[in-house]
Write a protein that binds this ligand. Structure first.
Ligand code: DQA
Length: 146
């Protein structure tokens, strides 16, 4: 039997604090709640969801490389603050042949100017932002359709 294809959902710094972190901007869902919904949605779409969070840039890069080595179906990434700073994450996403979907709860382009540059967006197929936790679900639907 063919192996269930995997979609990596990678989350960057401070997203472990969702639920209590600036809920007026990021909503009240915890990352565990989002993970649970995505696993169930992924299962219904025929995918295994590898959902992870790290506060460390190098760990996120190791996971991007892992997704590449395992020929994952797609990477959904909310690189959080690293979105706007990390050339290393940009390079890692570019180095793998896995399609990348950028995710944000808020709409960074409508916030402070320092959030307007996205090094992830430059290498992503599509970006889903500004829909709260639903941004993840929309990105998963798009990734599943590839
Ligand atoms: C974020 C937006 C980023 O600008 C911010 O640094 C985050 C969260 C979002 O999901 O809205 O940590 O990626």
């Amino acid at each position: 039997m063919a192996e269930t294809p995997t979609i990596y959902v990678l989350n960057g710094p401070n997203l472990n604090l969702l639920g209590t972190r600036e809920p007026e901007i990021y909503g009240s869902d915890t990352l565990d709640m989002i993970a649970e919904r995505l696993r169930s949605q992924g299962g219904n779409l025929g995918f295994h969801i590898e959902f992870r969070q790290s506060n460390h840039e190098g760990t996120l890069i190791d996971w991007i490389q892992e997704a590449g080595a395992k020929a994952a179906h797609a990477i959904l990434i909310n690189a959080a603050g690293y979105t706007h700073t990390s050339i290393a994450i940009h390079d890692a996403l570019k180095a793998v042949t896995v399609p990348v979907f950028e995710v944000h709860l808020s709409e960074p382009k409508e916030r402070e100017a320092f959030r307007h540059t996205s090094y992830v967006g430059m290498v992503a197929k599509e970006c889903f932002s500004g829909h709260g936790a639903k941004s993840y679900e929309l990105a998963l639907d798009a990734a599943a359709q590839l």
